[in-house]
Design a protein around this ligand. Structure first.
Ligand code: NAP
Length: 315
């Protein structure tokens, strides 16, 4: 890695060439941040497709072969795979390599990284950007533009590690993300509120609707524009990725789920007792929060999330 006006790497290796890994590879390529980009995936077909799409220059199913010569290693598999990958990197990665991940949970990832020797510099990262799609075909270079990327550096204060954290910050900034540094436990609680709980609710709601025997399946689909459809977009997210999020962020999710259940009971009571003021006040808070998200530039003000009603495509 050299640091002149901007960072650049000799060889980046993306482990897990799916939505996030391929988007990051495309963004690095677009900004000319890496001279070569290789991929590692357990599925040779994914590597072949990613190479054909121009995401990677070549790939390996074997991690030790794949990371040879890499000064930047990107872990973009589901979080549950990170422990075993770190064990392989502990002896296979080149001295001084910077390792970043993109996992949606940070405490468990930091724990998995404890097997790495100090000659390797692991900077846990979470780009708060994504879609419900998976695989290399879903990747695009602008995914991280104007989105937050949260870094939760390990408890290391040596100069090479501090330099690696600076490089990771520079990398995300160079591809258009806004960087924020925070503690892993704080990240996991905040994201349990803003991401993990909403996904859990969407998965549960869609599952429950599918189970309701009095409503024909055809009607659930036919009248889905009433609100249900927006939940199904979230519920279409990758099952393995989300399994690993809930297995690895158990305590924070259970904490916010407890609070949510209490709020839901309050709503249930307000409906039962006809307390219109309580309902209206709660819904007004929801509308105000949505407005704040739009004002912060994290969502489009256009109706229907800026998608065409017929085709569902962005307009
Ligand atoms: P994805 O599209 O399913 O890509 C994951 C890739 O990793 C797949 O190609 C998968 O292969 C591969 N893989 C799984 N285990 C592996 C292993 N042990 N070794 C090598 N490759 C392996 O998922 P994604 O959405 O990019 O998510 C990747 C990471 O990004 C997750 O940690 C997630 O928490 C994080 N993240 C996701 C989002 C989002 O919105 N999707 C947003 C921010 C962060 P197979 O296809 O064979 O399973």
């Amino acid at each position: 890695m050299t640091e002149k006006n901007q960072i650049s790497f000799k060889r980046a290796c993306v482990i897990g060439v799916g939505l996030i890994g391929s988007s990051l590879a495309l963004a690095l390529r677009e900004q000319k941040l890496a001279a070569k980009i290789s991929g590692v995936d357990r599925d040779a077909d994914v590597l072949a497709r990613a190479q054909k799409l121009g995401v990677i220059d070549g790939g390996e199913t074997d991690i030790e072969q794949g990371v040879r010569g890499a000064d930047l290693i990107i872990l973009s598999t589901p979080v549950g795979a990170v422990g075993a990958i770190c064990e392989a990197l502990a002896h296979a990665a080149e001295d001084g390599a910077i390792i970043i991940d993109v996992g949606s949970v940070k405490g468990a990832v930091a724990q998995a990284a404890t097997t790495l020797p100090d000659r390797l510099h692991f900077v846990p990262c979470h780009p708060v950007a994504g879609t419900e799609q998976s695989g290399p075909e879903a990747g695009f270079a602008t995914l991280f533009k104007d989105r937050w990327c949260i870094l939760t550096p390990l408890a290391r204060s040596d100069a090479p590690y501090r330099a690696a954290v600076k490089s990771a910050e520079a990398l995300w900034s160079a591809i258009g993300a806004e960087v924020e540094i925070m503690d892993a436990a704080h990240h996991d609680l905040a994201l349990a509120v803003t991401s993990h709980l909403p996904h859990l609710i969407a998965f549960t709601l869609v599952g429950a609707a599918d189970d309701v025997e009095s409503v024909a399946h055809g009607e659930v689909i036919k009248y889905s524009a009433g609100g249900f459809r927006d939940f199904t977009r979230i519920a279409a997210s990758d099952p393995v990725m989300w399994r690993d999020v809930f297995l690895n962020n158990r305590d924070a999710v259970l904490e916010v789920l407890g609070r949510f259940s209490e709020e839901l009971a309050v709503m249930q009571r307000a409906i039962r007792w006809g307390d219109g003021k309580a309902l209206e006040d709660a819904f007004a808070r929801g509308r105000a929060l949505r407005r704040a998200i739009v004002d912060a530039g994290q969502e489009t003000p256009a109706p229907n999330f800026g998608r065409d009603r017929e085709s569902g495509e962005p307009v």
